[in-house]
Design a protein around this ligand. Structure first.
Ligand code: NAP
Length: 270
């Protein structure tokens, strides 16, 4: 039995040496300040601390099913766009957390409702959901925004990204950076073909989060396409329709510095 006034914090760590050392240090410091750090993930925790890079953060969000427990990230990875605490600043982080010197931000998600000839599925992403051809084939997609036909896309695929994901695959593919509090989805083409044979929009389109983006694949050679959610690939056969939208569900992240987003952008991308 656990006491009801226990303050539980989950530490979710990558397995490399730096992450493990940082987690152990964090554990010691938090225990000294009266927190309970369980050996297994505990649903009753008040905070999830994720130690690693952005990949570790994305995996943790998926593994714990987009939990309502807020996240904070300690960066021991490469880029660490989501991971705002540096291992050297752990003491400052613990002090600020105890004082309540932070704000809780919502991270908007993207949802894909996918129907094949047999079944329907739902996928949720933090950064993005991508549609791609299999075996490097061109994909042909009819794109509708809020019921309006936009284009017959031809190319490598499309990315539908959230504002938080706009700095990831979307950005490398020529999409715009969108401030995280703007509730929008961005459709970004991957190598769009624009020629006498096919005409696809060359740039990304940003739409309000409360409207639906519908995609109807046209099959020319293959009847399968790939869906990639935050880097996890799934192959589907005979998809008839995909509806992208922004779910009401969000995840929460603690922010300890109001200038962090802009500092992060400058230091990590310029
Ligand atoms: P990964 O190796 O885990 O990530 C690729 C890079 O993207 C890493 O440097 C990662 O940071 C960074 N990253 C992840 N989310 C980010 C965000 N919101 N803002 C800025 N950078 C971010 O690759 P993966 O396992 O294939 O997929 C994970 C994510 O990587 C996907 O969601 C996708 O957005 C991105 N990705 C990018 C490209 C591309 O840019 N061409 C291609 C495929 C996937 P860390 O180093 O801290 O982990």
């Amino acid at each position: 039995m656990t006491a009801t006034n226990e303050r539980i914090i989950n530490i979710i760590s990558n397995n490399n040496t730096e992450s493990k050392e940082t987690s152990n240090l964090l554990k010691e410091k938090l225990k000294k300040r009266g927190f309970v750090i369980p050996t297994e993930y505990d649903e009753r925790a008040e905070l999830n601390i994720c130690v690693g890079g952005d990949g570790a953060f994305l995996r943790a969000v998926h593994r714990y099913h987009f939990t309502n427990i807020p996240f904070v990230g300690v960066n021991t990875g490469h880029l660490g766009f989501f991971q705002e605490i540096l291992p050297d600043n752990i003491d400052e982080f613990v002090d600020k957390y105890i004082k309540g010197d932070y704000v809780t931000e919502e991270i908007f998600l993207v949802k894909a409702d996918i129907c094949t000839q047999k079944d329907c599925f739902q996928l949720i992403g933090v950064n993005e959901i991508v549609i791609k051809g299999i075996r490097s084939k061109v994909v042909h997609l009819e794109i509708f925004i809020d019921g309006n036909h936009l284009e017959n896309f031809c190319g490598d695929g499309i990315i539908v990204s959230t504002p938080a994901g706009s700095t990831a695959y979307n950005f490398s593919s020529g999409g715009s950076i969108v401030y995280p509090s703007l509730r929008t989805l961005q459709i970004t083409p991957l190598s769009p073909i624009s020629s006498r044979a096919y005409r696809s929009l060359p740039n990304s389109t940003i739409v309000p989060g409360d409207i639906t983006i519908s995609i109807k694949p046209e099959y020319r050679y293959e009847n399968s396409i790939l869906i990639v959610v935050d880097g996890f690939e799934i192959k589907y056969d005979n998809i008839t329709n995909i509806n992208f939208s922004m779910p009401d569900k969000t995840i929460r992240k603690l922010n300890f510095d109001k200038n962090m987003y802009w500092n992060n952008l400058k230091s990590k991308f310029l």
